[in-house]
Design a protein around this ligand. Structure first.
Ligand SMILES: *[C@@H]1O[C@H](CO)[C@@H](O)[C@H](O)[C@H]1NC(C)=O
Ligand SMILES: *[C@@H]1O[C@H](CO)[C@@H](O)[C@H](O)[C@H]1NC(C)=O
Ligand SMILES: *[C@@H]1O[C@H](CO)[C@@H](O)[C@H](O)[C@H]1NC(C)=O
Ligand SMILES: *[C@@H]1O[C@H](CO)[C@@H](O)[C@H](O)[C@H]1NC(C)=O
Length: 410
């Protein structure tokens, strides 16, 4: 009898202690809230029969009142601007932090004022978290500029940001780093062509000029006070744009072999186009020759009847990922046109110079009559030479054009 009574008392005590410990308020102990997003905090109370809930109060990390209200009375809600009351089941209280920021990190208290038993409280601690974000993979043209950026929503927690490069072969090297209250540090091999923005939230790595070896993946690593290290990776591809050229020679009478060559990275695709018609005249032969520097020489060889060049325009079209539209190199007309323009310009220039000389001469003639004889002699000699020279040039250029067009050995 005595034994059972003692046991009952023990159970009662234990229950009482558990009740005390829980405070009859249940709230999650630890929560993680992503920065810049809304977040809901909840607490619930277990109510005895005959007890009534008069008021709910929420206390923030600074021990300031965050929000208070009387259940069932809409007008009774009062509190800070950045929070609002959420709808919740009976005996549960939920509040929404509209946009979580670094300042919201800490412990919150929810207090249920009960009648007649007094107030019961619970605690929830919030950790604000953020992700490291990078842009999508990029491409850069060799010799130009490339910018890579990386951001972390909680700069307050960051001690240092560093950038690492990993080549396609898997070799990793440190590129640059920036720590709070110091200058960005660029590793010696990158000095002079790599820059890092002095920012912990939004880090920007700029490479100029971009080299082929800069291709690979870049990892930005944030070292934080509380969350350890966080990182993200973005990859960079480097392009070398093609500068195609066409050359040709007569292999046998009436047959011309034309080569369209392009050095680029990645390899270009070469097609032949005959007067807006994409049909190639007989299949061209394409050769890929990798160059030591990471570029590839592509040669496309097309064999045509020489007579065709006189009738239609033959073009080599070079397609490359780094180009908005393909580069076209004409095989026949272009050279002729260029030469014609050159001849016209030279002739006009020569005529202008000669007339200028003539005018000057006339001026001198009027002023200094005595030396007329000598100068007239000089003038005729000079213009004679000049004319002879120009005539020679024109005839040479014309020959050259013919030779280029019909491939007559000079
Ligand atoms: C809030 O109050 C508790 C005790 O009620 C105290 O331990 C804590 O340091 C206070 N926090 C701040 C930020 O004042
Ligand atoms: C970026 O490139 C890397 C390597 O080329 C690849 O593994 C990754 O999936 C790419 N990421 C995106 C988002 O395209
Ligand atoms: C075209 O390229 C080939 C090599 O692929 C070379 O043997 C040939 O001489 C070239 N022809 C011309 C006209 O340049
Ligand atoms: C050639 O042109 C025709 C229409 O003009 C098109 O349908 C076809 O896909 C083209 N072929 C190539 C290889 O570009």
């Amino acid at each position: 009898m005595k034994k059972t009574m003692r046991k009952g008392l023990q159970v009662c005590l234990l229950l009482l202690m558990v009740g005390r410990l829980q405070g009859r308020v249940t709230a999650p102990e630890r929560l993680e809230a992503p920065v810049d997003k809304p977040f809901t905090l909840t607490c619930s109370v277990s109510r005895d029969r005959g007890e009534s809930l008069r008021q709910v109060r929420w206390i923030d990390v600074q021990n300031q009142t965050l929000l208070t209200y009387q259940p069932g009375q809409r007008d009774s809600v009062s509190g800070q601007q950045h929070v609002e009351l959420a709808s919740s089941p009976k005996d549960t209280s939920a509040i929404i932090i509209r946009r979580v920021s670094f300042r919201d990190e800490g412990c919150y208290t929810c207090i249920f004022d009960m009648h007649p038993s007094g107030s019961k409280q619970g605690h929830t601690c919030l950790t604000v978290t953020a992700q490291v974000t990078v842009e999508s993979n990029k491409t850069a043209v060799s010799g130009k500029k490339a910018s890579l950026s990386c951001s972390y929503g909680l700069p307050e927690k960051v001690q240092q940001i560093s950038w690492k490069h990993t080549s396609a072969q898997g070799v990793s090297t440190d590129v640059a780093s920036y720590a709070k209250r110091s200058d960005p540090m660029i590793e010696p091999p990158y000095q002079g062509r790599v820059w890092l923005s002095p920012s912990l939230s939004n880090s920007q790595l700029t490479i100029q000029p971009v080299a082929i070896e800069d291709e690979g993946c870049y990892t930005c690593l944030y070292t934080t006070h509380t969350e350890g290290q966080k990182s993200s990776t973005v990859c960079l591809a480097t392009y070398v744009l093609p500068k195609p050229q066409v050359s040709y020679k007569t292999t046998s009478p009436g047959v011309i072999e034309a080569n369209c060559t392009s050095v680029s990275r990645p390899p270009a695709e070469i097609v032949w186009n005959v007067e807006r018609d994409n049909r190639t005249m007989g299949p061209p032969v394409t050769t890929h020759i990798p160059q030591g520097d990471g570029t590839t020489l592509v040669i496309s060889t097309l064999t045509v009847q020489s007579g065709l060049l006189k009738d239609v325009s033959v073009k080599c079209l070079v397609h490359h990922k780094g180009l908005e539209s393909p580069i076209g190199v004409s095989m026949n007309t272009k050279i002729g046109t260029a030469l014609t323009i050159l001849i016209s310009v030279t002739t006009v220039a020569a005529l202008l110079v000669m007339s200028l000389c003539f005018c000057l001469w006339k001026c001198f003639l009027r002023k200094e009559d005595q030396e007329e004889e000598n100068k007239l002699h000089l003038y005729t000699t000079l213009t004679g030479h000049f004319k002879a020279c120009v005539c020679h040039l024109i005839s040479k250029a014309a020959d050259h054009e013919e030779a280029e067009l019909f491939n007559i050995p000079r």
